[in-house]
Write a protein of this length. Structure first.
Length: 283
């Protein structure tokens, strides 16, 4: 029988933006006692549950806030929501990822300069909602040109940016198609690379591992955009499964496999990755 090799991607798991947010929330808990966040700090159930045990509670709307401090999550939020929080005289603890902040600044600067802004991203994702808010009424979010079929504007100046966790190849394809569609009509087109380089490095590492593995296991939140993109990156190369916990591993997936690749979403805690490795080793 062949030995089974379980190999982790060279780069995986908690990114610096999420680690920074967790650090800020822990500091806030020590100062204020319990803390509320406007939505989950990141799209990972285990991380949210761990923080809840420390006194971090998630709410959905500003008017649900009961404390004197409210945390903005790593995905950021809109200027109008920030204004609403200030109107309630609530202290803002801003854990917005610095990479997301740069994307927000790019969206704002394009809109202020008179560009119509197209955001390559999932319109109902909290990060994209924040990016749209930074454009005023000059932003549209889409993942394909089909979603823009009813777009009636013929912009003379067009700015194109991306949700930070999208894949480079998908953003490049979308931007190229959009340029071909509006190029003859637009006087100026500006493309700003707002992709997170940490996320890109994790996707490249996952692709490299997938190319030499017989199966890939991606561990991350079911609603995590970056975890889904890791699956999309690996799936064309090898059988790939997304799990949220180690217990979701089906032993039948491993039948006949002697090289198992593992990667993890950018909001997946280290201990969750360790639990997955231990589970795979036990099987």
């Amino acid at each position: 029988m062949q030995d089974v090799k379980i190999e982790k991607a060279e780069k995986l798991g908690l990114c610096f933006g999420v680690r920074r947010a967790v650090k800020l929330l822990k500091e806030a808990v020590r100062e204020h006692g319990e803390i509320e966040t406007l939505g989950p700090v990141a799209h990972n159930r285990q991380l949210v549950e761990t923080l809840a045990g420390l006194g971090v509670r998630s709410i959905e709307r500003v008017d649900q806030a009961q404390g004197k401090a409210l945390a903005i999550t790593t995905h950021g939020t809109t200027p109008s929501v920030l204004g609403e929080i200030r109107a309630h005289d609530i202290e803002i603890i801003d854990t917005t990822c610095p990479i997301v902040r740069k994307a927000q600044n790019a969206a704002r600067e394009l809109a202020d300069a008179g560009f119509d802004v197209i955001i390559f991203g999932q319109a109902d994702h909290s990060e994209v909602k924040g990016l749209l808010g930074c454009t005023g009424d000059k932003g549209v979010a889409a993942l394909s040109l089909r979603q823009m079929a009813d777009w009636e504007k013929t912009p003379s100046r067009l700015g194109i940016i991306s949700q930070t966790t999208q894949t480079r190849s998908a953003f490049t394809d979308f931007a190229s198609q959009l340029v071909r569609m509006v190029g003859p009509k637009a006087r100026e087109i500006r493309i700003v690379n707002t992709l997170c380089q940490v996320t890109q490095a994790q996707q490249q590492a996952a692709m490299s591992l997938a190319s030499r593995s017989q199966i890939m296991i991606v561990i991350g939140g079911k609603y995590s955009a970056n975890a889904r993109h890791l699956v999309e990156t690996c799936a064309p190369l090898v059988e790939t499964h997304l799990v949220e916990t180690a217990d979701e591993i089906d032993s039948s997936w491993l039948s006949g496999k002697h090289h198992v690749g593992v990667t993890a979403g950018a909001s997946t805690p280290d201990e969750v990755v360790d639990e997955l490795i231990a589970r795979l080793e036990s099987l």
